[in-house]
Ligand binder design. Structure first.
Ligand code: FAD
Length: 192
């Protein structure tokens, strides 16, 4: 029998946000890095959202594995006031492809907050309807312009190109054009 559960919690970051590097706060980047390594080993997945000094995380996986992680989360001093907002058995994962998807504040989230009359992201003011709308929005965000650099779905076929990837492919294209022009120039000179 499947012991798959979905657990959602909120918490307050204890660190002062520093400038984002490639769209991600450095403390959050470190959390994401170890999350993805650890979660992949125990087949836990989900989504992490960080905004305005607050976290929202949805964890999906075997009940024992999620609860073991929860114990570590309670001990982690990078956040505080951990509050579980929902825990339920599920048949399917909503974030199947992700060891930990990540999203920061973006236009879609700002629209959602505005719709509910919130000026900032403070999930301690949310009710069930707000959390359901948030998780729907986070699940839908898989367009490259809506997710930040560094996201890495478990399935590489769905990997979104990062800004660095785009810059690299732009440079390669320019290099090829330059090479064609040089070779063409040399050939024309020799023919004349
Ligand atoms: P360690 O080897 O103890 O540490 C892993 C890395 O994190 C190291 O680089 C270490 O320097 C750094 N680190 C650990 N604790 C701290 C600290 N208090 N301050 C600064 N740096 C620290 N872990 C998961 O495995 N999966 C998750 O989905 C997950 N989500 C998280 C969400 C939030 C909001 C937060 C705050 C933490 C989350 N973590 C998650 C981290 C978790 O709380 C534990 O720190 C981590 O699981 C410990 O893993 P480890 O034993 O491999 O780490």
């Amino acid at each position: 029998m499947s012991n798959l559960i979905q657990l959602m919690y909120i918490s307050r970051a204890t660190f002062k946000p520093t400038s984002a590097v490639q769209g991600i706060e450095p403390n959050v980047a470190r959390i994401l890095q170890s999350s993805r390594i650890n979660n992949a080993k125990v087949d836990v997945g989900g989504v992490l959202f960080y905004g305005d000094g607050h976290f929202f995380q949805c964890l999906e996986g075997d009940k024992a594995a999620v609860h073991k992680l929860l114990e570590r989360l309670h001990r982690d001093d990078r956040h505080t006031d951990v509050k579980i907002v929902s825990e339920k058995p599920v048949q399917v994962r909503r974030f199947e492809d992700w060891s930990m998807k990540y999203t920061a504040i973006n236009d879609s989230i700002n629209l959602l907050l505005a719709k509910f009359g919130f000026k900032t992201f403070n999930p301690y003011q949310f009710d069930t309807q707000h959390f359901n709308a948030l998780i729907d929005t986070l699940e839908r965000m898989n367009q490259p312009d809506e997710i930040i650099d560094g996201n890495d779905p478990k399935k590489s076929s769905r990997k979104a190109p990062t800004r660095a990837d785009n810059e690299r492919s732009g440079l390669v294209t320019m290099g090829i054009i330059a090479l064609i022009l040089i070779v063409g120039g040399v050939l024309v000179t020799q023919l004349m």
